[in-house]
Design a protein around this ligand. Structure first.
Ligand code: SF4
Length: 249
C-alpha cells in the first residue's frame, strides 16, 4: 500500500502507525511522549498531522493513527504548526526553564513572555511515558496522582515503593530528564529509594541493582551466572565467537 506524506510517496503496511511510516521515510514529526520501544500514547499531541482520506480532511495524532488506506498526509501545514504552537505554549507555561521545551518553543516561534508561568524547577510535562515504561516492564511502581495543578507522577504516597527495582527505565525514557536518578559510591537513588549496585564480575564497574538483575533473570527464566555489564557481556560473546572460529578453521 502507498501513502503520500508531505508529497513523498511512502510504502506502508495496513495497520502501521503513521508516525512509524514517516520516520522510516526520514520525514521528521516532533514528539515528546514517544519511544520506539513502547506503544504510542498520543498524550503530548505534538505529532499531530492533517490527513486527507477520501476527500475528508482530519487532524490526527500520528503515533496512534493506524493507516488503513491510501491517504495524503501533511505534517507541517499552517493548521498543524498553529496547533503545535498552542501546545508548546501550554508546555512552556508548565515547565518554563526546561531545555527540551524551550528548544521546541523557539523552533515554533512561541514567545517567552506568556502571561502564565509555572515553577522554574518543574520539568515534568505529565506525558506519562515513564508510567507506561514501568507498566510495560511489569513493575507499575509509579502512576499519575492528584488533579489540576497538583497533578504529578509519583510512587504511592511518595513513599519508597516495594515494586520499584531501581532499573531507571522511567528516567531513561523521560523526554525532559525530569526524573532524578543519582549514582554515588555504588548506590543508585531514584523515587526516594536507594539501591546497592552490583559490580560487574569482569571490569568491577557498578552497573545494575540487585533487584533489577533478580527481576530480569526471573522474567527471562535464566540463571544469574556471571553478573556482567553490557560492555563485558559483548566482549565475552566476541571472545566465544573468536574461539569457535579459531577451532573450526
Ligand atoms: S526505576 Fe522503578 S519506577 Fe522507574 S521504571 Fe524502574 S521499577 Fe519503574
Amino acid at each position: 500500500m502507498k501513502i503520500t506524506i508531505d508529497g513523498i510517496v511512502c510504502e506502508a503496511q495496513k495497520g502501521e502507525m503513521l508516525l512509524q511510516i514517516a520516520r522510516r521515510n526520514n520525514i521528521f514529526i516532533p514528539t515528546l511522549c514517544h519511544s520506539d520501544a513502547l506503544p504510542g500514547l498520543g498524550s503530548c499531541r505534538l505529532c499531530m498531522a492533517e490527513v486527507m482520506d477520501r476527500g475528508r480532511r482530519s487532524v490526527v495524532a500520528s503515533c496512534i493513527y493506524p493507516v488503513k488506506g491510501e491517504i495524503e498526509v501533511f505534517t507541517h501545514s499552517d493548521k498543524i504548526k498553529s496547533i503545535r504552537r498552542n501546545l508548546l505554549m501550554l508546555l512552556y507555561a508548565r515547565a518554563p526553564e526546561d531545555e527540551t521545551i524551550n528548544k521546541l518553543r523557539k523552533e515554533y516561534g512561541v514567545p517567552d513572555n506568556i502571561r502564565f508561568s509555572g515553577d522554574i524547577e518543574e520539568h515534568c510535562i505529565l506525558c506519562g511515558l515513564c508510567v507506561k515504561a514501568c507498566e510495560e516492564l511489569g513493575s507499575s511502581a509509579i502512576s499519575t496522582i492528584n488533579r489540576g495543578v497538583t497533578k504529578k507522577v509519583a510512587t504511592p504516597y511518595d513513599e519508597p515503593s516495594s515494586q520499584c527495582i531501581g532499573c531507571g527505565a522511567c528516567a531513561y525514557v523521560c523526554p525532559t530528564n525530569a526524573i532524578k536518578i543519582e549514582e554515588n559510591d555504588g548506590e543508585r537513588t531514584i523515587w526516594n529509594k536507594t539501591f546497592q549496585l552490583v559490580r560487574c564480575e569482569r571490569c568491577g564497574k557498578p552497573f545494575a541493582t540487585r533487584e533489577q538483575l533478580e527481576y530480569s533473570n526471573k522474567k527471562l527464566g535464566t540463571d544469574c551466572g556471571e553478573a556482567l555489564c553490557e560492555v563485558c557481556k559483548k566482549a565475552v560473546v566476541g571472545e566465544k565467537l573468536k574461539d569457535i572460529y579459531e577451532r573450526t578453521t
